[in-house]
Ligand binder design. Structure first.
Ligand code: CA
Length: 221
């Protein structure tokens, strides 16, 4: 999980960074409003901790710009401003949470974790339908469709297909697939993955799964 800390006071930024890293998060620090905007729009952060008193622009304006551009990143405001107007403006402006300084790190961590969890539940609900081209996997019904034709897949084939559809364009090795799809339930050195890829090619499309020599397979994206 990647967290951007927007904070112009080095001591506070370092304090938050140290705590988050100790809890397994990757972090970056942005110290100005424009730095925050370009970094959030330019890369994949899972959450933004936003100070309101930033150089160049007020944090509330940064928030407005991000939400105005359709940016959905969870945002926790962390600020010395404890007036109710700022809090209301922050929450109405699309922040997910609001915390005032001075603060205890444990509380910030709890709020960060809560926001990330809410986010992943929403993402999981959106991910119930996976598709590449005209092939669709419906995770609720565990059925596949190609164009308008429904294809019944046995459980193991469906799970294997799901692995690929969750990582389109990514090479998955035989070992990864054995571990994730078969668990302990396989013969080491068996060619079961290749056999099952064969089944999926026949049912979902012969060109869908690319063989990457010496590495594994990749779903064309
Ligand atoms: Ca500040």
């Amino acid at each position: 999980m990647q967290i951007l800390i927007a904070e112009d006071e080095p001591r506070i930024a370092a304090f938050i960074e140290k705590g988050l890293r100790a809890n397994g998060f990757a972090t970056e620090i942005a110290t100005t409003a424009s730095d925050v905007l370009s970094r959030v729009m330019g890369s994949e952060f899972d959450l933004l901790i936003l100070d309101l008193g930033l150089p160049e622009k007020d944090g509330l304006e940064v928030l407005e710009e991000l939400r105005g551009q359709g940016c959905q990143i969870p945002i926790v405001i962390l600020t010395a401003r404890d007036d109710i107007q700022a809090k209301v403006a922050g929450l109405e402006g699309g922040a997910d949470d609001y915390m005032t300084k001075p603060f205890r790190f444990e509380e910030l961590l709890a709020r960060v974790r809560l926001r990330l969890r809410t986010q992943s539940i929403t993402a999981a609900q959106e991910d119930l339908i996976l598709s590449v081209g005209d092939v669709v996997l419906d995770l609720r019904t565990r059925k596949a469709t190609v164009g308008n034709k429904t294809i019944e897949l046995p459980a193991r084939e469906f799970t294997l297909a799901e692995m690929f559809f969750r990582h389109p364009g990514q090479v998955l090795s035989r070992q990864q697939l054995l571990d994730r799809v078969w668990g302990y339930d396989y013969d080491p050195g068996s060619n079961v993955v290749d056999v099952y890829i064969g089944y999926l090619r026949r049912k979902l499309g012969s060109k869908l799964f690319e063989t990457v020599r010496g590495m594994g397979y990749r779903l064309k994206s």
